[in-house]
Design a protein around this ligand. Structure first.
Ligand code: FES
Length: 83
């Protein structure tokens, strides 16, 4: 089961938090040994700046994320596959 995480790297989202969010996602992937199942890619501005910072995981879009909500999202997505 593999997933794709897309992080908007447009200047608005990047400035609003995705610079840090990206690092947090990378750390989460490393800490949980998810390298084989998660593909992490950056996106250009997806014209949704006012709702940013934006990321998507598989087909679900998440807007206005901060580091706390991001961790919740990641845990929800990636810990449900286990045990
Ligand atoms: S910079 Fe992310 S939607 Fe525009």
């Amino acid at each position: 089961m593999s997933s794709t995480i897309k992080v908007c790297m447009g200047s608005s989202c990047f400035a609003r938090g995705n610079a840090k969010n990206l690092k947090l996602i990378q750390k989460f992937i490393e800490d949980n040994n998810l390298e084989a199942e998660v593909e992490l890619t950056g996106l250009r501005c997806c014209d949704n700046c006012s709702k940013g910072p934006n990321i998507s995981i598989d087909d679900t879009d998440y807007n206005n994320i901060d580091q706390g909500s991001l961790l919740d999202i990641l845990e929800k997505h990636f810990h449900k596959h286990e045990g």
